[in-house]
Design a protein around this ligand. Structure first.
Ligand SMILES: [Zn+2]
Length: 130
């Protein structure tokens, strides 16, 4: 599930085409019907993941820029690299943070009958008898 989420695919079925464009996601997976925003406030987890990853990459950029430019009179190149990193990484990681969070959410909260997905994709271990 995490691997599927890490490559912007549906955590349940692995299907793609979950995004209209980079910042706009479909409501349900076109292949299995998984509702991607399963509960109100679902995307706060994606925001958290994006924040953690972005801070980690910016910290790495700060350390890397410091090491590379150590002793230089001017630090403008280091600052430019750090600023560009701080702007680009959260935007580039945005869709991955959403599918990755959906995978984590699905792992923590297995499918319920209310999720209303295509029955072929419901794992036998979580299938409810009706
Ligand atoms: Zn799916």
């Amino acid at each position: 599930m995490l691997a599927r989420g890490a490559v912007r695919r549906c955590p349940l079925c692995g299907g793609g085409h979950l995004f209209h464009h980079w910042f706009s996601m479909v409501e349900r997976c076109p292949r299995c019907g998984l509702k991607l925003e399963r509960i109100e406030g679902h995307w706060i987890g994606a925001l958290g993941i994006n924040t953690i990853v972005s801070f980690a990459v910016v910290l790495a950029a700060v350390v890397g820029a410091f090491v590379v430019t150590y002793g230089d009179e001017s630090a403008w190149a280091a600052v430019a690299v750090i600023v560009v990193t701080a702007i680009v990484v959260p935007l580039a990681f945005y869709p991955v943070s959403k599918t990755l969070w959906s995978a984590i959410d699905l792992a923590m909260r297995p499918l319920e009958p209310d999720d209303d997905v295509d029955p072929r994709w419901i794992p036998a271990s979580t299938r409810h008898e009706r």
